[in-house]
Ligand binder design. Structure first.
Ligand SMILES: [Zn+2]
Length: 186
């Protein structure tokens, strides 16, 4: 019997208010639970059906491996260039493996985070709002801001609600980025 076989594919038995799927970016409701850790059976991720299947499939993949094989696999993955546990002789904790499952298989964005851990969410969101990707200079931000402000100005779009919202987002994003990138300017 593979380890942890008893611990997955459990259906919600709690008629509580709907919760969101724990898979980052997923808008489905989290109706299916998967334990975060075999030793903490009261602590669950909650997933939609698709993601609980993905999670359990990935977990099966790891569950069939020895601890050493799992550790080797995880260290091989680029996302684990800087492992969160000590190198050499350190045993992989089950929580590390489950965290890895979450990172590697559910959220490509988290890989980017691992590569650029310094970027706060507000900054990332602001760059996305301006259709920019790092690395970027303040001059480029300003140029893109001017372009988008012109394009999405409510006056240029018949005052539509959509363009008004977009216009607002662009301005908010620019305020955030000005604070972060514009420091060298008077
Ligand atoms: Zn989901």
């Amino acid at each position: 019997m593979p380890p942890f076989e008893d611990s997955y594919f459990e259906f919600s038995d709690r008629p509580v208010k709907q919760r969101g799927c724990d898979c980052p970016g997923c808008a489905q409701t989290g109706d299916y639970r998967a334990p975060k850790n075999r030793d903490q059976l009261t602590d669950y991720y909650w997933f939609c059906l698709d993601h609980v299947r993905d999670y359990n499939r990935q977990w099966d993949y790891f569950a069939g491996m020895s601890v050493d094989a799992i550790e080797a696999h995880i260290r091989k993955a680029s996302v684990w260039e800087r492992p969160s546990w000590p190198l050499g002789g350190g045993r992989v904790r089950e929580q590390d493996i489950r965290d890895t499952v979450m990172r590697e298989f559910f959220n490509d964005g988290m890989k980017e985070e691992a590569a650029a851990p310094a970027m706060p969410k507000a900054e990332r969101d602001a760059l996305v709002a301006l259709d920019l990707a790092p690395p970027v200079t303040f001059a480029a931000i300003k140029a893109q801001y001017r372009l988008l402000v012109k394009r999405h100005h409510p006056d240029a779009n018949g005052g539509s609600f959509e363009s008004e919202e977009k216009f607002k987002n662009i301005n908010q994003a620019f305020t955030v980025l000005k604070r972060l990138y514009g420091v060298e300017e008077p």
